[in-house]
Design a protein around this ligand. Structure first.
Ligand code: ZN
Length: 219
């Protein structure tokens, strides 16, 4: 265990909630930071707040809703239908350009002000939509950039980078929070907590991972 504090970039979804509890096992103290970026389902912030409260983790929300005004994407634009499959040769319209760049840069400044150098994010390049700002190369590059920008020694931790959804469920189970993650988090693109709407891309990925994991543990 690190005898230090970690800041978790926290949305109240399956991945960042698993990371929150991972961090609680790894660090002496954990704080959580959520972002309002103009997302349609702003109640995810209230869900995040409730999970953090129950986990006894200090929680703060940053308003970065300018991101929703900068970009044209289906997570912030209520008039856009979400892509249910990845289009050929491009990203699904759920891609919010720059989102993790902004989130992690702001998180690093926030952390520095509080003497925190460990940052935790739930990005993964294993079985997601292939968003470029979820990839390991981007995170490593940004880590170097943040250190140069502020003459600091930040360490960005990505516990989910190389594991798939089934293994993310397994990690939640190891951490003793499988039921909490299953029932209290919000991953669904249609804003329905827990098992969600069942048919959006986020729900499908989440459910397939859970079925794969439970199938494994039953056998
Ligand atoms: Zn859904």
């Amino acid at each position: 265990m690190y005898n230090e504090t970690a800041l978790v970039v926290f949305s109240g979804g399956q991945d960042s909630t698993t990371c929150l509890f991972w961090a609680k096992h790894q660090f002496k103290k954990v704080v959580a930071l959520s972002f309002l970026y103009g997302q349609k389902h702003q109640k995810e912030v209230e869900i995040a707040r409730a999970i953090a409260r129950n986990a006894e983790v200090p929680f703060e929300v940053m308003d970065v809703s300018f991101i929703g005004r900068l970009t044209h994407n289906s997570l912030t634009d209520t008039s856009m239908e979400m892509d249910s499959v990845k289009p050929d040769n491009s990203y699904p319209n759920t891609f919010v350009p720059g989102r993790n760049l902004f989130f992690l840069s702001i998180a690093a400044v926030y952390a520095r002000e509080r003497g925190i150098r460990h940052l935790v994010t739930g990005v993964s390049q294993t079985d997601f939509s292939g968003y470029p700002d979820c990839r390991d190369a981007f995170i490593k590059s940004l880590n170097v950039t943040l250190n140069l920008a502020m003459d600091e020694q930040f360490v960005i931790h990505t516990p989910l980078m190389w594991i798939d959804k089934a293994e993310t469920w397994a990690l939640a189970d190891q951490l003793g929070v499988l039921d909490l993650v299953r029932h209290e988090t919000l991953t669904c693109y249609n804003g329905i907590p827990g098992d969600g709407c069942g048919h959006c891309p986020a729900c499908r990925l989440r459910r397939e991972g859970l079925e794969k994991y439970l199938g494994r543990t039953d056998s």
